[in-house]
Design a binder for this molecule. Sequence first.
Ligand code: 7SA
Ligand code: CA
Length: 559
Amino acid sequence: MKRYLRLAGLVLALTPLAYPYGSLLEAAEAAGKSPNGVRYHGGDEIILQGFHWNVVRTAPNNWYSTLAGMAPSIAADGFSAIWMPVPWRDFSSWSDSSNGTSGGGEGYFWHDFNKNGRYGSDSLLKQAASALNGAGVKPIYDVVPNHMNRGYPDKEINLPAGQGLWRNDCADPGNYPNDCDDGDRFVGGDADLNTGHPQNQAMFQQEFANLRNNYGGAGLRFDFVRGYAGERVDSWMGQAHDDGFCVGELWKAPGEYPSWDWRNGASWQQILKDWSDRAKCTIFDFALKERMQNGSVSDWRHGLNGNPDPRWREVAVTFVDNHDTGYSPGPNGGQHHWPLPDHLLKRAYAYILASPGMPVVYWSHMYDWGYGDFIRQLIQIRRAAGIKADSAIQFHAGFSGLVATVSGSQQQLLIALDSNLEGPGQVASGDFSQALTSDNGQVRIWRTGTGTGTGSGGDGDLVSVNFRCDNGVTQPGDSVYAVGNSSELGNWSPAAAVLLSDTSGYPTWRGAISLPAQQALEWKCIIRNESNPTQVKSWQPGANNSLTSAAGASTSGSF
Ligand code: 7SA
Ligand code: CA
């Protein structure tokens, strides 16, 4: 536990002497559909899942306020969009004694479109959406047209007088279009809505337009799309938000389709792409998730985002875990239906953030469990390289683990996970320098085009430099970081600064940072909040520290 001394009074945040604001200009943000007409908002999104399973229990009625307060940090961390929880009221509660699970109120068993649910009030939702859009983070609302909680009284749904909600009374529980419903049932099916009925279609179309027009919605995440036809989603988006972003959750193994259905013998990728073609939406890359769960790291190349065809890669929305598959802070640890083993976590984030498709980062990995700095660094690497959904990826055989080169619009990345690859020279020409190394070299990323390599086409020389900050007196929740004028030092962005983790000589803070050799660098010590990365308590006063990076060099500053 780090010792903290308290300073009486406030620590004044001193404006830094040299802080090149220009370097923080956001990269231009693309919009529009893919060449095949898929609603992927330019294919350059980096998405934060803006909740975990238990937030309605750990932050009851307060989650929208949390999101509003964190909007600047979420933007500073490099996210261009946020997957919002279901905005509709859900006052259900359920428990399953057979496996000790319970839940309810998360929005997936909603009873009407009133927004005063367990995440906060309608006005707090509007404030959160406004703060997020104001910071450049687009809200993508989670929506559940397959089913609802009909049992709850006093619903607020505008239906023609005397008309009830059309039920899915299909005798056939199967998942095939018939005159009643056009998809699978949710659990017993008695909660299902007949999405095949024009009245229900109109009801949802009106609400999807409402989310766009009155709640700052930039797109939708369609829940349980196995429960209704993809064409239905294309129709809704076309009518309500044609230039928006949309992503479908199709979590259904090939073996779950009836034997006479082509999908029973198909690959996960083929099934996902078929849905995307019908809905003209992107789709969560469960093909990659399945390989992460059941294959080895070298098998991760078989995700939808690794497909040789860019029209397939570009519709993949990649993820490591979400509120269903992974754990969550709080009661019962969440749902964890299909959790990725912890030891693969950093490899998995390195892969999805450096490769094609559009990555989603799970809230708790970013802000609850300490992977934030590592993920921030990966987002910077992705952005600097200009990696997009359709970026080309080439896998290199002949090595252990996964070795791939990814061609971004600005730089080429070389990814080596669990690999015996020695250096870029073995697989690629070009002026590579190492961008990141972690987990004893099990996670390595190199990049070209930063002008910091040795020009030998070999492994750009990285040298370890000793950083030190003296008199770093901090309060609980704050730490001392180094921030400076190179991408490894965050390009002067406090959110991407490097934590000096050795506090054995507190209030002296130390850390070794890998940097390209022979660089003339400038940097400062800052005291920054650990979980709110744009909250800088103080900058080192006076001139910048400067050094020329070399093996074993030391550099220091003092508050
Ligand atoms: O097993 C994991 C994997 O292992 C691998 O080896 C496998 C994989 O295929 C395999 O290769 O994945 C399997 O298991 C997944 C998890 O169950 C399945 C997947 O299809 C299957 O292959 O994924 C399904 O379940 C997910 C949770 C869904 C997927 O779309 C779906 O395909 N995710 C989304 C959908 C929902 C529902 O909207 C949400 O569910 C998720 O958060 C969302 O992301 O009327 C009163 C009433 C009756 O109608 C019911 O009959 C009765 O049972 C009430 C009762 N229903 C309650 C449920 O029983 C209870 O569980 C309901 C009111 O509340 C609960 O439902 C929760 C659900 O548990 C929760 O996950 C629901 C509503 O609150 O919210 C969440
Ligand atoms: Ca975009």
